[in-house]
Design a protein around this ligand. Structure first.
Ligand SMILES: O=P(O)(O)OC[C@H]1O[C@H](OP(=O)(O)OP(=O)(O)O)[C@H](O)[C@@H]1O
Ligand SMILES: Nc1ncnc2[nH]cnc12
Length: 179
């Protein structure tokens, strides 16, 4: 493992039985509090966006926002928020999905994405893949193309990559860390 990955891994805290028994929650707040680690991560994700020819960055509420916003600035691209339902004021597209500990709906402003956009979706964790899968459906329903999905951490034992595979339609899924 590279020094950069070791640094990132060391800044992720395992919280057992949160938010429900049997779940090990991957807490990224120690990483966010360390400017060196946060910078390493931002640079790595921004490089992926450039490599995959993205023209817009989508961040997934809420932890995805924290990572995607500095990445968008670093990559020189616009940031588009995908929010939990009921938060965006304009006309939206909405998509329901299941995640490791419940179910939810996400939305995007329909006017924020359009044909010709190549969208990189950024989030902190890929667990079951439900959130990322729903976001890819939103991106395509808005008429845009998927450049890729990039996450800080893939929880390999939950099989999110396999679930996401059909929705990727050949676009890359990059995880900085696989645990
Ligand atoms: O792969 P999945 O099983 O869909 O899980 C991954 C999603 O779960 C977490 O978000 P959560 O909905 O808990 O929201 P938060 O970022 O607001 O804490 C995480 O930030 C991912 O978005
Ligand atoms: N185990 C987990 N830790 C952090 N975020 C998550 N999102 C879904 N599952 C998660």
């Amino acid at each position: 493992m590279t020094e950069a990955r070791e640094l990132l891994l060391s800044r992720i805290r395992d919280v057992p039985d949160y938010p429900q028994p049997g779940v090990v929650f991957k807490d990224i707040t120690p990483l966010l509090a360390d400017p060196a680690a946060f910078t390493v991560l931002t640079d790595e994700l921004a490089q992926l966006c450039v490599r995959h020819g993205a023209t817009k960055i989508v961040g997934l509420e809420a932890r995805g926002f924290i990572l995607a916003a500095p990445v968008a600035i670093r990559a020189g691209l616009g940031f588009i928020p995908v929010r939990k339902a009921g938060k965006l004021p304009g006309a939206t597209l909405k998509q329901a999905y299941d995640l490791e500990y419940g179910s939810a709906e996400i939305e995007v402003h329909a006017e924020d994405l359009c044909a010709g956009d190549r969208v990189m979706v950024i989030d902190d964790v890929l667990a079951t893949g439900g959130t990322a899968e729903a976001s890819l459906h939103l991106v395509r329903r808005a008429g845009a193309e998927v450049a890729g999905v990039a996450v800080l951490m893939e929880l390999g034992f939950l099989g999110g990559r396999a679930r996401l595979e059909p929705a990727l339609e050949g676009a890359p899924l990059d995880a900085v860390l696989v645990v």
